[in-house]
Write a protein that binds this ligand. Sequence first.
Ligand code: BES
Ligand code: MN
Ligand code: ZN
Length: 493
Amino acid sequence: MTIQLSDKPLLEWAGDSLAIGLFEDAVELTGELATLDQKFSGVLKELIAEEEFKGKANSTIFSRVNPGSPVRKLILVGLGKPDALQLDTLRRAAAAVARVGKKQKSKVLGFSFPLWNNDPAASAQAIAEGIELALYQDIRFKSEPEEKGSQIETVDLLGFGGQEAAITRANQIVSGVNLARQLVAAPANAVTPLTLAETAQAIANDYGLQVEILEREDCEKLGMGAFLGVSQGSELPPKFIHLTYKPEGTPKKKLAIIGKGVTFDSGGLNIKGAGSGIETMKMDMGGAAATLGAAKAIAQIKPDVEVHFISAVAENMISGHAMHPGDILTASNGKTIEVNNTDAEGRLTLADALVYADKLGLNAIVDLATLTGANVIALGDDIAGLYTPDDAVASQIEKAAETSGEKIWRMPMEEKYFEGLKSGIADMKNTGPRPGGAITAALFLKQFVKETPWAHLDIAGPVWTDKENGYNGAGATGYGVRTLVDWVLGSGE
Ligand code: BES
Ligand code: MN
Ligand code: ZN
């Protein structure tokens, strides 16, 4: 599928389906649309009246036009109230249209959408992202595809002439999101610490990044006892991934993105029981997936920012080698941890990754992790929790999330709750009481960052969706990639 830009007047466009974005309560047709309606002998007006179309955000209706007409079908999509228009409204509306176009077997699809904030570049990018994200399909694990893929060959964005760079940007970002989706959706017998390291290696080769994979012995030398403790029950050796993008010339900023990379979380000896969702725990590397997806996008966009992409990747399994509940581990900063629950493993892997990144002399670190069920209880499936003691980094991330349309909510770092992690025998326990469990997890992580402004995103909810949601089909969402890319680009301004 190619997305083309054109300044052809709406009335002259010809193709299979013409999609028109309409604001709520402003569906009476004026100007160009009135002329268009006349051209199609009033079918537009009839359609709006018959279907009681009100222009509510994401509502779509469509109709066939007179045979012989240069446009075969009209698709109307609601954009909600004009003063509530957000970039993400356009992205979601474009996705809704793309789905209708796919179902209708359209080959040539035209879009007539308004601008958000008088910004043609941002609007074109959001529309292109919405279309591409919605048409993603994953048939890797089907012996025969049950459903035909999209037949859309060409998309014309009308009124967006000259916005080629915005479309390129959308393609680069979506390639990263789709990589993350593929990594999260693939089961734990397909995505392992080794294959994730290979994926990092492939990104480095394809786009000219530096890559270092630390093996178990390297991690031992660095004293990464917390990370290695998690990995020790598995047959599969751990891999510590460090990919680096360096711009030409002096970087404006140096950043790290760290992702939790637990390729399967059985819970360890505190094994996840029935009804715990253990069969979904292939998604526990969603942070690492977002990290690698962001690396793929950033490597193509080439901003003036140095970015380190890091993940301590392991499986959390049981065997005679597994950690015992109660074991004491020593992290690479010398801190000792009493593992009172082997299922709180993500924070153990992140601890050593954070210590490692903290030594790189960076301007900021952001980690993403499917860290706690408690965060899902607090914020539901769609919203990530943002935890940081740093207001500047918080507002950078919030701004990036707003642009990307990925939902985020800042949570408190209530220091007093660290008391819940006090250990009688070691420096701290890895698990506190159930109330405030996502906050104590974040406070645990904070013990391992001393020099660098840092933020943590708990993405346990939004990495996955059980049903179609906006531009995401059911399954892995690639959550985080778009916010991360936007954050990095914003840091280079
Ligand atoms: N990977 C899980 C968190 C998770 C839950 C991710 C649901 C995605 C969906 C994490 O390792 C975990 O097991 N957390 C425990 C922590 C508890 C033992 C303190 C949890 O949330 O129950
Ligand atoms: Mn766990
Ligand atoms: Zn986990």
